[in-house]
Design a protein around this ligand. Structure first.
Ligand code: SF4
Ligand code: SF4
Length: 255
């Protein structure tokens, strides 16, 4: 039987989410046995043309070339899944959306005239239809394997959209906000990390992006009650997922 064809694409990103796939170690051989890896430059220089049954896209749209290329990839793909904060919200590079990209380019490059870039960094779903968004910076490899396995089996991926707080409770981690008064974005952040930061008595800084229907306004008010000022709030919501609508709303409301 013909194997499903898998393609993995990079846009503006650090490659960390693609590395999560390579980091699957034991499971990678099973994945490689179940699919034909048709295009994955991080793993192989051999490239195969579309159509692809499953496409994974890492990175955000930041250049005119990106904005064109994603449409061809969408046309070539039966299922298209975005992986990581860059692809799902625009990533850390979306901080440009709050300022002038021209000013950044002039400050960084000796010859800004050679730089071809868009004013904003945006999620893949802002440009084409996306079948599933897998959040995280980087993504959780167990969640990635679940998404790949589910889509190849023709079922809906089982990736819970609840908050990091649920993972804290499951891990028996004392709440850092309640017990220590530490500001934490866990109540509005998508689960997937296993409450890594609270496990080390630190507040979550939202690297998995917004959970389903996050009440960021209520959390911001609670942070103010804990003593956070406007600058702390802006910095918290202007992080890795600053361009996610729920976070962007709080990152701009207090200006
Ligand atoms: S430590 Fe943070 S993530 Fe954990 S329960 Fe408290 S608020 Fe939620
Ligand atoms: S910042 Fe939040 S989502 Fe990211 S690893 Fe820490 S607790 Fe998890």
């Amino acid at each position: 039987m013909k194997k499903p064809r898998l393609a993995v694409w990079k846009f503006s990103s650090c490659d960390g989410c693609q590395l999560s796939l390579l980091d699957c170690e034991d499971e990678l051989l099973d994945v490689a046995g179940a699919v034909e890896i048709a295009y994955f430059l991080e793993a192989s220089s051999a490239t195969g043309k579309g159509p692809y049954d499953l496409t994974l896209v890492e990175g955000s749209i930041t250049t005119p070339h990106d904005a064109e290329r994603i449409h061809q990839i969408r046309r070539d793909s039966k299922f298209l899944v975005t992986i990581g904060a860059c692809a799902t919200t625009g990533g850390i590079q979306a901080l440009r959306n709050f300022a002038s990209v021209g000013d950044f380019v002039s400050a960084v490059y000796a010859h800004p005239d050679f730089i071809s870039t868009l004013r904003t960094s945006t999620a893949i779903a802002d440009h084409v239809h996306v079948d599933f968004e897998l959040q995280g910076c980087p993504i959780n490899k167990a969640q990635l394997l679940e998404v790949v396995g589910a889509l190849l089996a023709g079922r809906r991926p089982n990736v819970p959209a609840y908050s990091v707080c649920v993972e804290c409770k499951r891990a028996g981690v004392p709440c850092v906000m309640v017990s220590k008064g530490v500001a934490c974005l866990g109540p509005v952040t998508h689960a997937g990390c296993g409450a890594l930061c609270p496990l080390y008595a630190r507040g979550c800084f939202g690297c998995f992006g917004p959970k389903e229907q996050p009440n960021t306004g209520s959390l911001a008010a609670h942070w103010v009650a804990l003593g956070a000022d406007e600058t702390q709030l802006l910095r918290a919501f202007r992080g890795i997922n600053a361009n996610a609508p729920a976070f962007r709303k709080e990152a701009t409301f207090h200006e």
